[in-house]
Design a protein around this ligand. Sequence first.
Ligand SMILES: NC(=O)c1ccc[n+]([C@@H]2O[C@H](COP(=O)([O-])OP(=O)(O)OC[C@H]3O[C@@H](n4cnc5c(N)ncnc54)[C@H](O)[C@@H]3O)[C@@H](O)[C@H]2O)c1
Length: 341
Amino acid sequence: MERPLRWGIIGAGTWGKTHADLIKNHHLTELVAIADLDKGRADALANSYGASSYDDYREMLAKEKLDAVSVVTPDFAHAEPFIACCEAKVDVLLEKPLATTHEDLHAMYAAYKKSGIRCMVDFHNRWNPPIALAYEDIRAGKIGDIVSMYYRLNDTIFVPTEMLAWSAKSSILWFLGSHTVDTLRFFAQSEIKSVYSLSRSEVLVKRGVDAPDVYQTMVEFNNGVIATMENGWITPNTHPHWNDIKVNVTGTKGMFNMDLTNNQTIERYLEDVSDHPDVLIKPIIHGKPTGFSYASIVSFIERLYNKEDFIVSFEDAYKDSKVILAIMESSEKRQIVEVSY
Ligand SMILES: NC(=O)c1ccc[n+]([C@@H]2O[C@H](COP(=O)([O-])OP(=O)(O)OC[C@H]3O[C@@H](n4cnc5c(N)ncnc54)[C@H](O)[C@@H]3O)[C@@H](O)[C@H]2O)c1
């Protein structure tokens, strides 16, 4: 075996820790350094994994001779670290979405093409077992041609009001709608031609978060498939899991129904609380990270190491962000918008 890949992480928050857990545990990777604008956060995560810590990712890129970097900064802050990695010729696993503005998307596209680096954007639902299984059956023609789809992907209100410090600088469309669009494109194997979306802003603004509560969106693909997607950020916190996920895929010969509000397989009742612990997304089993959130990172590592194509291409993520921008434009204008790629 060649030496393990020297790895850095930019962004030491909730999801940076998810990356660190896996990178530290995988035999093909060595977790070398962690950078965060907040040095205290970088120090805390780096110290617990025996890595170096930086408050300036450019210094980390200059000093550490890294093979790959996970960019795990907030949704609106992906462009600058990504472009710095392109300039340093370091391969990148970037958290979704690729970017949240046309300007950032175009700058990232240009830097990526110029650099020749390899990049995957972490749309980990492609590794979510029911979605991956349905994808294989759809490819095998088991439900015929897809006619229509429905996809609800909502979060409890805990996420925008308590978990994310930057929710008003993103939205449920970027945070989860980007996953919805990716999965619909993955199933349809076609590009989204036009979108029509309505949104409402009632609950979150009253809670001090300037972001829409919900988007209800209809999309039409070039191959004729139609789909409805719902992305909401106000599901009550009493919901048994932080996500509420329902999917239907209807074809000419068959259909899938999925209740991906996972973890209903185990109910935990303690003295003062009951819940449904996570068994699917990122549980730690016998001390090892498992679940589809880790499976996507493993896939990136192995395909990078073996020089194989990634499951999600840079172009997939670029088009995904273009669709989200069209949905935002549609909900503002209350009109059908053709997606311009
Ligand atoms: N939280 C989740 O459940 C989850 C799940 C999947 C993906 N993601 C994605 O991961 C990304 C990060 O989300 P999070 O929940 O970890 O956010 P977070 O707020 O917990 O952490 C983000 C970290 O990035 C740091 N940061 C911001 N700008 C930076 C910069 N320019 N350079 C270095 N560090 C910088 C912040 O100080 C913070 O520590 C987002 O794109 C999000 O959509 C999050």
